[in-house]
Design a protein. Structure first.
Length: 331
């Protein structure tokens, strides 16, 4: 590979909307219990947007924080990539709305649809723009507003999701920087696409009274099958990047996995044989925020002083597509 430059994470930010809904609130809305949700998923609270908030609003808040953390100005941004499956509109992209909100210059801006792997996919694309020398600073955001795509008559899915956004400034590393993205590996297997899908609202099944009545504009998921595929594919992608770089799991300071289910995160940790103290978990506070879950967990861990400059972080995700990926970074 002809790599002129290396890419690093220069700063992170996150935003969760103000309204918090906990498991006891959900008990009043659907046939569920705090006990079921906690033991099956590890979730307790989730944040939901206000009526006048959409994905670009959440994304813009997180972007400002990432810029500030990276000590960069809006005019430094050369590229904006948003990972999301719950964009403001089918078009224009949320990235273009964020660009307008920030008042950023006329840089390239686009969305990536990779489900819960959206942030890692977007980061990998940004990394390649930086490594080939075409951009110096990329704003990468994972944002979801899944509360707008929830079927409140399906208790198997409606308790699982929350809204939020996380952002990272991915920048060209200086020769004196120790931080850099070491390696990435992304995959997809479209044959499993129907296991996690919003069936209507696209060109296959446009909106009609019937599609709305039948909740076809909401999340449809075969949870059990997804669970097994999630552990297997995240493990495989982690192993690929570790082996390719001759790294032992003991060299990893922190594992940040997509926060879909505590039992998935624990199974993955056990399979990788990583010390549980090195696994970052915040699912109890945000539930599953899809593409936002990794950058939210990353930002929280950095601001809490857990992840420090020089630490090696392994991030891995799994989501609709089915997509999956892993990213190995020295922070
Ligand atoms: O982020 C994208 C990727 N998504 C995922 O990775 C999600 C992966 N899947 C999962 O996390 C789990 O499969 C779920 C949390 C979705 C479901 O947990 P489970 O242990 O696989 O439960 P289940 O679907 O097998 O259902 C077990 C029982 C059923 O009752 P019966 O048939 O045994 O009587 C369900 O009806 O739990 C029942 N149930 C609930 N009960 C109370 C399902 N949802 C609920 C609920 N409250 N909310």
């Amino acid at each position: 590979m002809n790599m002129q430059y290396t890419a690093k994470i220069a700063g992170t930010g996150m935003y969760a909307p103000k309204r918090i809904v906990n498991n006891f609130d959900l008990e009043k809305m659907v046939d569920t219990s705090d006990e079921w949700i906690r033991t099956r998923t590890g979730m307790f609270e989730r944040h939901f947007v206000a009526d006048d908030e959409a994905a670009s609003d959440l994304a813009t808040h997180a972007a400002h924080k990432a810029l500030e953390a990276a000590k960069l100005r809006v005019r430094d941004i050369d590229l904006i990539i948003v990972g999301s499956v719950t964009s403001d509109h089918a078009f224009p992209s949320t990235a273009c709305i964020v660009q307008k909100n920030l008042g950023a210059k006329s840089c390239m801006a686009f969305d990536v649809s990779a489900g819960c792997s959206g942030f890692l996919y977007a980061s990998d694309i940004a990394r390649q723009f930086i490594e080939n020398g075409s951009v110096e600073h990329a704003l990468v955001i994972g944002v979801e507003v899944l509360s707008r795509f929830t079927n409140w008559e399906d208790r198997g899915t409606c308790v699982l999701f929350g809204d939020g956004s996380g952002a990272a400034m991915i920048s060209r590393a200086k020769s004196t920087d120790i931080g850099r993205i070491i390696d990435t590996h992304m995959e997809a297997d479209g044959t499993y696409g129907n296991l996690l899908i919003q069936p209507a609202g696209g060109s296959r099944l446009p909106a009609t009274d019937e599609t709305v009545r039948e909740h076809k504009h909401t999340v449809h998921m075969e949870g059990n099958r997804i669970f097994k595929l999630a552990v297997k594919s995240m493990y495989n992608q982690c192993e690929t990047v570790l082996k390719r770089n001759n790294w032992d799991v003991k060299s990893i300071d922190w594992l940040i996995s997509h926060q879909a289910n505590l039992r998935i995160i624990e199974s993955l940790g056990n399979k990788l044989k990583i010390d549980p103290k090195k696994v970052i978990i915040n699912i109890e506070k945000y539930a599953n925020t899809s593409a936002a879950s990794i950058p939210i967990a990353l930002d929280e861990a950095v601001r809490a002083g857990k992840i420090r400059r020089g630490d090696v972080v392994l991030m891995t995700a799994f989501g609709a597509g089915l997509t999956s990926g892993a990213m190995l970074i020295r922070f």
